[in-house]
Design a protein around this ligand. Sequence first.
Ligand SMILES: Cc1cc2nc3c(=O)[nH]c(=O)nc-3n(C[C@H](O)[C@H](O)[C@H](O)COP(=O)(O)O)c2cc1C
Length: 246
Amino acid sequence: MRNLIIPLLVCIACAVVVSITAVTVRTEQIANVENEKRNKIISAAGIEITEDKVENEFKKITTLYVDFRSNEFVSVEAKYDHLKAVLKSDLSEIVPKDKDIAILKRRENVGPIYVWANENKEVERVVLPIRGYGLWGTLYGYLSLGSDLNSVNGIEFYDHKETPGLGGEVVNEDWKAIWKGKLIYNQDGGVELRVVKGAAKDEYQIDGLSGATLTSNGVSNMINYWLGDEAYGPALKKIKEHIKNS
Ligand SMILES: Cc1cc2nc3c(=O)[nH]c(=O)nc-3n(C[C@H](O)[C@H](O)[C@H](O)COP(=O)(O)O)c2cc1C
């Protein structure tokens, strides 16, 4: 009996240590993921990241929430997480197949718009979360628009499953730099910006990623979906109207 007690106690002690470590590491992991997202939001906005800057820049952001079903701005709980909302049937809905160009399957009912405004309350830039399927999985990122809400300020991806050197080039600094200043909406208000195969020929086009047309198409599709009428398009129009009238 005595021979069993000591190994048993050692086992219990080990289990306790492993559990505590797992919980601590998990909390740290969640904090790191959140931090990484905040860095990418700042970076997409074209602001250079330094340790103290992230906190300060985040204080300047006003987060508006838009209900994609009504296109109304709504208030939500401070801890609202739009990605987690996708998993809850009362906070998200199935995207009809004919509209699901970004292959989302489900879309949260409410999405955030991160707005930078100056002291005179003039909008300087906005950042929108975007996501959509590439070749191997969903790419998650942010797109930033300038004060005209039509030109691109920057793009960042914080999670994807594309192949390094092919679709994984979505995170290539040179490729991301091409996006700056490109235009999104055409004269009729439709989303015109897209990633083309080969070299861009006008201000609505982004050079395709070579050997990665499927990822490139995925990026075009997610831009089309999130900037279009089914998602942020109507809310951006409202903000533009507001800017024009103020
Ligand atoms: C192992 C492997 C990984 C690939 N990874 C990607 C990828 O991440 N993104 C992509 O668009 N195409 C990828 N492709 C290539 C696609 O199958 C397809 O050939 C390509 O998208 C076509 O692009 P292109 O017309 O520019 O050559 C991969 C192919 C192989 C064999």
